[in-house]
Unconditional design. Sequence first.
Length: 197
Amino acid sequence: MSTDAATSDPVVLVVDDEPELASLFATWLDDEWTARVAHDGEEALSRIDEEVAVVLLDRRMPGTSGDEVLDTIRERGYDCPVIMVTAIDPDFDIIEMGFDDYLLKPVSADELKETVERVHRRSEYDEIMREYYSLASKRAVLQTEKSCSELERNEEFQRLESRLTALRESVDEAIEGLQTHEDFAAAFRDLDTGSSN
């Protein structure tokens, strides 16, 4: 199993009160992820930090439940994707919960890996889009206020242009990746069908 210091892979926090299951999930993700494992809610809250890219969270645990852990994660300002991995059938209470995906146990290795990758890709896409639109709006303001020659001579503006060019490629790749992902396309079809009913 990877350790945090041994690799620069993104960090996934696996939280489950069944040690064997937590270790199994971590092993499944080991090729692409650095796995941190916690066996209860308190340990999970002590192990989360800014490095954690995705959380796999069991709902039913002794002591601090997964629902409480999720609330605390969001209260502390962590916006990493959280995937509930649980034997609890979803009910209407999930509507107000701040998770990103919901998997019912038992889950397969492929299902777990694909879901983790999907939510992580979505979060990266959001960050890229936020930065891209922030820089694009700054460029638009400067283009309105400054002459072409001023813009061409300014090193900071040229760096901004270079960053926008690089981000544009990432944005295009992210959009293409999301559009070609079957689950993403299916989700849009479902949303479209739901809105027309």
